[in-house]
Design a protein around this ligand. Structure first.
Ligand SMILES: [Zn+2]
Length: 396
Protein backbone atom coordinates (compact mmCIF):
# COMPACT_ATOMS: atom_id res chain seq x y z
CA UNK A 1 0.00 0.00 0.00
CA UNK A 2 1.43 3.38 -0.99
CA UNK A 3 2.24 5.94 1.69
CA UNK A 4 3.67 9.40 1.03
CA UNK A 5 5.73 11.68 3.27
CA UNK A 6 5.69 15.10 1.66
CA UNK A 7 7.06 18.62 2.10
CA UNK A 8 10.45 17.48 3.41
CA UNK A 9 14.09 18.37 2.83
CA UNK A 10 15.46 14.96 1.85
CA UNK A 11 19.13 14.01 1.74
CA UNK A 12 18.80 11.64 -1.18
CA UNK A 13 20.91 9.09 -2.96
CA UNK A 14 24.49 8.04 -2.35
CA UNK A 15 25.63 11.68 -2.56
CA UNK A 16 23.16 12.82 0.11
CA UNK A 17 22.05 15.57 -2.24
CA UNK A 18 19.61 18.09 -0.82
CA UNK A 19 16.11 17.85 -2.28
CA UNK A 20 13.88 20.60 -0.91
CA UNK A 21 10.09 20.34 -0.97
CA UNK A 22 10.43 16.66 -1.69
CA UNK A 23 8.10 13.72 -1.19
CA UNK A 24 9.16 10.19 -0.33
CA UNK A 25 6.79 7.61 -1.74
CA UNK A 26 6.67 4.21 -0.03
CA UNK A 27 5.19 0.91 -1.03
CA UNK A 28 5.17 -1.26 2.06
CA UNK A 29 8.71 -1.33 3.41
CA UNK A 30 10.34 0.00 0.24
CA UNK A 31 10.93 3.43 -1.26
CA UNK A 32 9.46 3.66 -4.74
CA UNK A 33 10.12 7.31 -5.52
CA UNK A 34 11.64 10.53 -4.17
CA UNK A 35 10.35 13.50 -6.07
CA UNK A 36 10.05 17.29 -5.91
CA UNK A 37 7.07 17.08 -8.22
CA UNK A 38 4.26 15.84 -5.98
CA UNK A 39 1.05 17.61 -5.02
CA UNK A 40 -1.19 14.77 -3.88
CA UNK A 41 -2.25 13.72 -0.39
CA UNK A 42 0.26 12.49 2.17
CA UNK A 43 1.79 12.99 5.59
CA UNK A 44 3.00 16.61 5.71
CA UNK A 45 6.46 16.83 7.27
CA UNK A 46 6.35 20.64 7.27
CA UNK A 47 9.89 21.20 6.03
CA UNK A 48 11.54 18.61 8.27
CA UNK A 49 14.88 17.09 7.29
CA UNK A 50 14.85 13.44 6.23
CA UNK A 51 18.12 11.50 6.40
CA UNK A 52 18.81 7.79 5.85
CA UNK A 53 18.56 5.52 8.89
CA UNK A 54 22.00 5.00 10.42
CA UNK A 55 24.03 1.86 9.97
CA UNK A 56 25.89 1.15 13.22
CA UNK A 57 28.65 -1.02 11.81
CA UNK A 58 29.97 -2.43 15.08
CA UNK A 59 28.05 -3.28 18.24
CA UNK A 60 27.88 -5.82 21.04
CA UNK A 61 24.19 -5.77 21.86
CA UNK A 62 24.69 -8.72 24.23
CA UNK A 63 26.27 -6.48 26.86
CA UNK A 64 23.37 -4.05 26.78
CA UNK A 65 22.45 -4.89 30.39
CA UNK A 66 26.01 -4.35 31.67
CA UNK A 67 25.91 -0.57 31.29
CA UNK A 68 28.46 1.28 33.44
CA UNK A 69 29.71 -1.98 35.00
CA UNK A 70 33.30 -1.80 33.71
CA UNK A 71 34.01 1.90 33.26
CA UNK A 72 37.51 2.57 34.56
CA UNK A 73 38.82 -0.92 33.82
CA UNK A 74 41.30 -1.70 31.03
CA UNK A 75 40.01 -3.52 27.93
CA UNK A 76 41.14 -7.03 28.95
CA UNK A 77 39.49 -6.84 32.39
CA UNK A 78 36.39 -5.15 30.97
CA UNK A 79 35.51 -7.16 27.87
CA UNK A 80 37.96 -9.95 26.93
CA UNK A 81 36.99 -13.63 27.22
CA UNK A 82 36.71 -15.60 29.40
CA UNK A 83 36.95 -13.80 32.77
CA UNK A 84 36.18 -10.12 32.14
CA UNK A 85 33.31 -8.24 33.72
CA UNK A 86 31.43 -8.61 30.44
CA UNK A 87 31.81 -12.39 30.14
CA UNK A 88 30.91 -12.96 33.79
CA UNK A 89 27.83 -10.81 33.23
CA UNK A 90 26.84 -12.81 30.13
CA UNK A 91 27.27 -16.09 32.03
CA UNK A 92 24.94 -14.84 34.76
CA UNK A 93 21.99 -14.54 32.35
CA UNK A 94 19.52 -17.18 31.27
CA UNK A 95 18.97 -17.35 27.49
CA UNK A 96 15.56 -15.74 28.03
CA UNK A 97 17.03 -12.85 30.03
CA UNK A 98 19.72 -12.31 27.40
CA UNK A 99 17.16 -12.35 24.59
CA UNK A 100 14.98 -9.80 26.38
CA UNK A 101 17.97 -7.58 27.05
CA UNK A 102 19.13 -7.68 23.43
CA UNK A 103 15.61 -6.91 22.29
CA UNK A 104 15.62 -3.82 24.51
CA UNK A 105 18.95 -2.87 22.97
CA UNK A 106 17.54 -3.21 19.47
CA UNK A 107 14.60 -0.99 20.46
CA UNK A 108 17.03 1.60 21.81
CA UNK A 109 18.83 1.55 18.48
CA UNK A 110 15.61 1.91 16.52
CA UNK A 111 14.58 4.90 18.62
CA UNK A 112 18.00 6.41 17.86
CA UNK A 113 17.35 6.06 14.13
CA UNK A 114 19.57 3.03 13.57
CA UNK A 115 18.22 0.97 10.69
CA UNK A 116 20.85 -1.77 10.70
CA UNK A 117 23.75 -2.90 12.84
CA UNK A 118 26.70 -5.24 12.63
CA UNK A 119 26.98 -7.21 15.85
CA UNK A 120 29.80 -9.30 17.28
CA UNK A 121 27.76 -11.96 19.04
CA UNK A 122 29.21 -14.16 21.73
CA UNK A 123 28.04 -17.74 22.22
CA UNK A 124 28.54 -19.27 18.78
CA UNK A 125 25.59 -20.47 16.69
CA UNK A 126 23.34 -20.54 19.76
CA UNK A 127 24.23 -16.92 20.60
CA UNK A 128 23.54 -15.93 17.02
CA UNK A 129 20.12 -17.61 17.12
CA UNK A 130 19.24 -15.75 20.33
CA UNK A 131 19.90 -12.41 18.63
CA UNK A 132 17.92 -13.43 15.56
CA UNK A 133 15.01 -14.29 17.86
CA UNK A 134 15.40 -11.05 19.79
CA UNK A 135 14.94 -8.91 16.66
CA UNK A 136 12.74 -11.26 14.66
CA UNK A 137 9.69 -8.99 14.54
CA UNK A 138 11.47 -5.64 14.90
CA UNK A 139 12.05 -3.43 11.84
CA UNK A 140 15.83 -3.45 12.24
CA UNK A 141 18.47 -5.41 10.34
CA UNK A 142 21.03 -7.37 12.38
CA UNK A 143 24.16 -8.48 10.55
CA UNK A 144 25.66 -11.08 12.88
CA UNK A 145 29.33 -11.96 13.25
CA UNK A 146 29.35 -14.79 15.77
CA UNK A 147 32.23 -15.83 18.00
CA UNK A 148 32.84 -19.54 18.74
CA UNK A 149 32.34 -20.73 22.32
CA UNK A 150 35.84 -22.24 22.57
CA UNK A 151 39.23 -20.48 22.18
CA UNK A 152 41.32 -21.11 19.02
CA UNK A 153 43.66 -23.17 21.22
CA UNK A 154 41.04 -25.92 20.95
CA UNK A 155 41.56 -25.81 17.20
CA UNK A 156 39.55 -28.71 15.73
CA UNK A 157 36.52 -27.73 17.79
CA UNK A 158 37.03 -24.03 17.03
CA UNK A 159 37.22 -24.69 13.29
CA UNK A 160 34.15 -26.90 13.40
CA UNK A 161 32.20 -24.17 15.20
CA UNK A 162 33.47 -21.53 12.79
CA UNK A 163 32.13 -23.53 9.84
CA UNK A 164 28.76 -23.88 11.59
CA UNK A 165 28.75 -20.14 12.19
CA UNK A 166 29.50 -19.59 8.48
CA UNK A 167 26.32 -21.50 7.77
CA UNK A 168 24.13 -19.85 10.42
CA UNK A 169 25.29 -16.20 10.52
CA UNK A 170 26.66 -13.55 8.18
CA UNK A 171 30.17 -14.15 9.41
CA UNK A 172 32.72 -14.85 12.10
CA UNK A 173 33.83 -12.19 14.57
CA UNK A 174 37.33 -12.66 15.98
CA UNK A 175 38.49 -10.96 19.15
CA UNK A 176 42.24 -11.60 19.24
CA UNK A 177 44.34 -12.50 16.19
CA UNK A 178 47.47 -13.24 18.25
CA UNK A 179 45.99 -16.58 19.29
CA UNK A 180 46.01 -17.83 15.66
CA UNK A 181 48.86 -19.13 13.51
CA UNK A 182 49.07 -17.90 9.92
CA UNK A 183 47.99 -21.35 8.68
CA UNK A 184 44.97 -21.35 10.96
CA UNK A 185 43.88 -17.94 9.65
CA UNK A 186 44.14 -19.22 6.08
CA UNK A 187 42.11 -22.35 6.87
CA UNK A 188 39.53 -20.25 8.72
CA UNK A 189 39.10 -17.84 5.82
CA UNK A 190 38.66 -20.78 3.42
CA UNK A 191 36.05 -22.40 5.66
CA UNK A 192 34.07 -19.14 5.79
CA UNK A 193 34.32 -18.53 2.06
CA UNK A 194 32.88 -21.99 1.47
CA UNK A 195 29.70 -20.67 3.14
CA UNK A 196 29.92 -17.17 1.60
CA UNK A 197 30.45 -15.89 5.14
CA UNK A 198 32.57 -12.91 6.16
CA UNK A 199 35.64 -12.67 8.36
CA UNK A 200 35.49 -9.66 10.70
CA UNK A 201 38.01 -8.91 13.41
CA UNK A 202 38.95 -6.50 16.19
CA UNK A 203 42.38 -5.29 15.11
CA UNK A 204 45.13 -3.17 16.67
CA UNK A 205 42.69 -2.20 19.39
CA UNK A 206 45.26 -1.97 22.18
CA UNK A 207 48.93 -1.07 22.15
CA UNK A 208 49.67 -4.24 24.12
CA UNK A 209 48.03 -6.41 21.46
CA UNK A 210 50.07 -4.80 18.69
CA UNK A 211 53.27 -5.34 20.73
CA UNK A 212 52.35 -8.96 21.49
CA UNK A 213 51.82 -9.58 17.78
CA UNK A 214 55.24 -8.15 16.90
CA UNK A 215 56.93 -10.19 19.63
CA UNK A 216 55.23 -13.48 18.88
CA UNK A 217 54.85 -13.36 15.09
CA UNK A 218 57.26 -10.66 13.95
CA UNK A 219 54.50 -8.61 12.33
CA UNK A 220 51.73 -6.25 13.40
CA UNK A 221 48.17 -7.49 13.84
CA UNK A 222 47.14 -5.55 10.75
CA UNK A 223 49.84 -7.01 8.49
CA UNK A 224 48.99 -10.52 9.66
CA UNK A 225 45.28 -10.24 9.00
CA UNK A 226 45.71 -8.58 5.59
CA UNK A 227 47.49 -11.76 4.46
CA UNK A 228 44.14 -13.56 4.42
CA UNK A 229 42.01 -10.80 2.82
CA UNK A 230 39.60 -10.10 5.71
CA UNK A 231 36.19 -8.61 5.00
CA UNK A 232 35.99 -6.12 7.85
CA UNK A 233 38.45 -4.61 10.33
CA UNK A 234 37.26 -3.02 13.57
CA UNK A 235 39.17 -0.30 15.49
CA UNK A 236 42.76 0.19 14.13
CA UNK A 237 43.27 2.33 17.23
CA UNK A 238 46.98 1.57 17.44
CA UNK A 239 47.68 0.97 13.75
CA UNK A 240 50.87 2.60 12.42
CA UNK A 241 51.39 4.38 9.11
CA UNK A 242 52.50 1.20 7.30
CA UNK A 243 49.39 -0.62 8.58
CA UNK A 244 47.15 2.17 7.34
CA UNK A 245 48.77 2.34 3.89
CA UNK A 246 48.52 -1.45 3.51
CA UNK A 247 44.86 -1.41 4.53
CA UNK A 248 44.10 1.37 2.06
CA UNK A 249 45.90 -0.51 -0.73
CA UNK A 250 43.90 -3.65 0.05
CA UNK A 251 40.66 -1.63 0.14
CA UNK A 252 39.46 -3.39 3.30
CA UNK A 253 36.71 -1.51 5.14
CA UNK A 254 37.38 -0.31 8.68
CA UNK A 255 34.83 0.44 11.38
CA UNK A 256 35.95 3.28 13.66
CA UNK A 257 34.64 3.32 17.24
CA UNK A 258 36.43 6.34 18.71
CA UNK A 259 34.17 6.89 21.72
CA UNK A 260 34.74 3.36 22.99
CA UNK A 261 38.48 3.42 22.19
CA UNK A 262 38.84 6.55 24.27
CA UNK A 263 36.79 5.53 27.29
CA UNK A 264 38.79 2.29 27.50
CA UNK A 265 42.01 4.27 27.44
CA UNK A 266 43.17 2.46 24.29
CA UNK A 267 44.10 5.68 22.54
CA UNK A 268 42.69 8.14 20.06
CA UNK A 269 42.46 6.21 16.78
CA UNK A 270 44.42 7.67 13.80
CA UNK A 271 41.21 8.79 12.14
CA UNK A 272 42.73 11.56 10.04
CA UNK A 273 45.40 9.22 8.68
CA UNK A 274 42.80 6.56 7.88
CA UNK A 275 40.62 9.11 6.12
CA UNK A 276 43.50 10.72 4.23
CA UNK A 277 44.80 7.32 3.09
CA UNK A 278 41.43 6.54 1.50
CA UNK A 279 40.47 3.57 3.71
CA UNK A 280 36.72 2.87 3.34
CA UNK A 281 35.42 4.04 6.72
CA UNK A 282 32.28 3.45 8.73
CA UNK A 283 31.29 4.16 12.32
CA UNK A 284 30.32 1.89 15.20
CA UNK A 285 29.15 2.57 18.72
CA UNK A 286 30.67 -0.75 19.95
CA UNK A 287 29.93 -1.90 23.51
CA UNK A 288 26.65 -0.87 25.07
CA UNK A 289 28.51 -1.16 28.39
CA UNK A 290 30.33 2.11 27.84
CA UNK A 291 28.79 3.78 24.84
CA UNK A 292 25.20 4.62 23.95
CA UNK A 293 24.00 3.51 20.50
CA UNK A 294 23.87 7.13 19.42
CA UNK A 295 25.34 7.73 15.98
CA UNK A 296 24.92 11.50 16.29
CA UNK A 297 27.46 11.45 19.10
CA UNK A 298 29.78 9.09 17.19
CA UNK A 299 29.72 11.31 14.08
CA UNK A 300 30.37 14.45 16.09
CA UNK A 301 33.27 12.88 17.98
CA UNK A 302 34.78 11.45 14.79
CA UNK A 303 34.61 14.75 12.92
CA UNK A 304 36.19 16.73 15.74
CA UNK A 305 39.04 14.24 16.17
CA UNK A 306 39.84 14.32 12.42
CA UNK A 307 39.98 18.12 12.46
CA UNK A 308 41.98 18.16 15.68
CA UNK A 309 44.50 15.56 14.53
CA UNK A 310 45.05 17.28 11.20
CA UNK A 311 45.27 20.82 12.60
CA UNK A 312 42.94 21.66 9.76
CA UNK A 313 39.34 22.72 10.27
CA UNK A 314 38.60 21.71 6.66
CA UNK A 315 40.19 18.25 6.85
CA UNK A 316 36.86 16.54 6.25
CA UNK A 317 33.39 17.60 5.19
CA UNK A 318 30.44 16.94 7.45
CA UNK A 319 28.68 15.34 4.50
CA UNK A 320 31.45 12.70 4.33
CA UNK A 321 30.99 11.92 8.02
CA UNK A 322 27.24 11.47 7.58
CA UNK A 323 27.98 9.21 4.63
CA UNK A 324 30.22 7.01 6.81
CA UNK A 325 27.42 6.67 9.37
CA UNK A 326 24.96 5.55 6.71
CA UNK A 327 26.19 4.25 3.33
CA UNK A 328 29.73 3.57 4.61
CA UNK A 329 28.32 1.21 7.23
CA UNK A 330 25.97 -0.45 4.76
CA UNK A 331 28.85 -1.10 2.37
CA UNK A 332 31.04 -2.43 5.19
CA UNK A 333 28.32 -4.90 6.16
CA UNK A 334 27.44 -5.82 2.57
CA UNK A 335 23.85 -4.56 2.82
CA UNK A 336 24.10 -1.44 0.65
CA UNK A 337 21.65 -2.90 -1.89
CA UNK A 338 18.94 -2.28 0.75
CA UNK A 339 20.29 0.14 3.37
CA UNK A 340 22.49 3.22 3.75
CA UNK A 341 20.84 5.71 1.41
CA UNK A 342 17.43 6.92 0.35
CA UNK A 343 16.69 5.86 -3.20
CA UNK A 344 14.01 3.93 -5.06
CA UNK A 345 14.18 0.20 -4.43
CA UNK A 346 15.86 0.49 -1.04
CA UNK A 347 14.29 -0.16 2.35
CA UNK A 348 12.28 2.79 3.72
CA UNK A 349 14.22 3.36 6.95
CA UNK A 350 14.81 7.03 7.65
CA UNK A 351 14.99 9.68 10.35
CA UNK A 352 12.83 12.80 10.35
CA UNK A 353 14.74 15.62 12.04
CA UNK A 354 13.02 18.77 13.25
CA UNK A 355 14.96 21.78 11.91
CA UNK A 356 12.84 24.06 14.11
CA UNK A 357 14.07 22.58 17.38
CA UNK A 358 15.82 25.19 19.54
CA UNK A 359 19.04 23.17 19.24
CA UNK A 360 19.06 23.23 15.45
CA UNK A 361 17.49 26.60 14.72
CA UNK A 362 18.83 28.13 12.51
CA UNK A 363 20.20 25.56 10.06
CA UNK A 364 22.66 27.23 7.66
CA UNK A 365 24.78 24.20 6.72
CA UNK A 366 22.53 21.17 6.76
CA UNK A 367 25.36 18.61 6.93
CA UNK A 368 27.24 20.36 9.71
CA UNK A 369 24.02 20.90 11.66
CA UNK A 370 23.30 17.16 11.55
CA UNK A 371 26.86 16.00 12.29
CA UNK A 372 27.97 18.61 14.83
CA UNK A 373 24.77 19.75 16.53
CA UNK A 374 21.86 17.34 16.10
CA UNK A 375 20.98 14.83 18.80
CA UNK A 376 18.30 12.33 19.66
CA UNK A 377 16.05 15.09 21.04
CA UNK A 378 15.85 16.57 17.53
CA UNK A 379 14.33 13.40 16.08
CA UNK A 380 10.67 14.03 15.31
CA UNK A 381 10.00 10.60 13.89
CA UNK A 382 11.76 7.40 12.91
CA UNK A 383 10.42 5.35 10.02
CA UNK A 384 11.85 1.83 9.97
CA UNK A 385 11.00 -0.53 7.13
CA UNK A 386 8.00 1.62 6.41
CA UNK A 387 6.72 1.59 10.00
CA UNK A 388 6.45 4.73 12.13
CA UNK A 389 8.02 4.37 15.55
CA UNK A 390 7.34 6.14 18.78
CA UNK A 391 10.36 7.62 20.51
CA UNK A 392 10.55 4.51 22.67
CA UNK A 393 11.10 2.43 19.55
CA UNK A 394 7.70 0.75 19.54
CA UNK A 395 5.55 0.38 16.49
CA UNK A 396 2.68 2.77 16.13
ZN1 LIG B 1 33.95 -4.67 19.56
Amino acid sequence: MAKVYKNATVLAGSELRVMEGAAVVLDGEHIVEITTDYSGPGIDLDGAIVIPGFVDAHTHVGDRGAKDMAVGLPTVEAVSPPDSVKYRYLQSLTPEELTRSMRSGAREMLAAGIAAFGDFREGGVHGSELLKNAVRDLPIKAVIFAEPTVPPGEWPKYLHEAAEIGEAAEGLGIGDITLFTADQLTVLKGALEAHSAKLAIHIAETRKAQQASEERWGASEVKRILEVAPDLLVHMTNADSADIEATAAAGVPVVCCPRTNCILGDGIPPLYQLWKAGVPLSLGTDNFMFTSPNMFREMDYFSRIVRGQSNRPDAIEARDVLSMATLGGARALGIDDEYGSLEPGKIASFIVIDPKSPNLQPVRDIYSAIVHRAGLADIRLVVARGQELHRGGTER
